[in-house]
Design a protein around this ligand. Structure first.
Ligand code: ZN
Length: 144
């Protein structure tokens, strides 16, 4: 098991720029504030969204872009480090006008229409992602 212990000294509430990529914009908002570890939540709307589903047997993401306006019904994730660089890992549920939901691992391109993000800063030794041989994913602490 890998874990970190953190104190949460502050929370930022940030409106992200129209037209930007959602992952890049959240990562940029964190970097601009010298944030490495954080809990992330967001709501808003996008012009298109890309989500991925991880095939456990093939050990690869199956990615799909929905080229339509969608509400961000919920987005939950975190930031940590991979190769020393900040990396967002987030999952999101996007809803259509009729209430249908598409959801999964957030990927790019996902184009922001309007998005408000909550960044809960976590102070402590940052967790580092590394390849986990068992799952094929980049997980905190790598292979255990
Ligand atoms: Zn994921």
């Amino acid at each position: 098991m890998t874990h970190g212990e953190f104190k949460s000294p502050r929370t930022y509430m940030v409106r992200l720029p129209h037209g930007a990529d959602l992952i890049e914009a959240i990562e940029s908002a964190c970097r601009d504030r010298d944030v490495q570890m954080a809990g992330i939540m967001a709501i808003g709307a996008v012009r298109r969204a890309t989500i991925a589903f991880y095939d456990l047997d093939e050990k690869e993401y199956r990615q799909r872009t929905f080229d339509e306006p969608l509400e961000i019904a919920s987005l939950v994730g975190n930031t940590s480090l991979r190769d020393g660089e900040l990396m967002l890992h987030a999952h999101a549920s996007f809803s259509r006008e009729n209430g249908e939901v598409v959801a999964g691992h957030l990927a790019s391109p996902t184009e922001i229409f309007a998005t408000e993000v909550r960044i809960d800063v976590l102070h402590g030794k940052p967790l580092e992602r590394a390849l986990d041989d068992v799952t094929g994913l980049t997980l905190w602490g790598g292979t255990l």
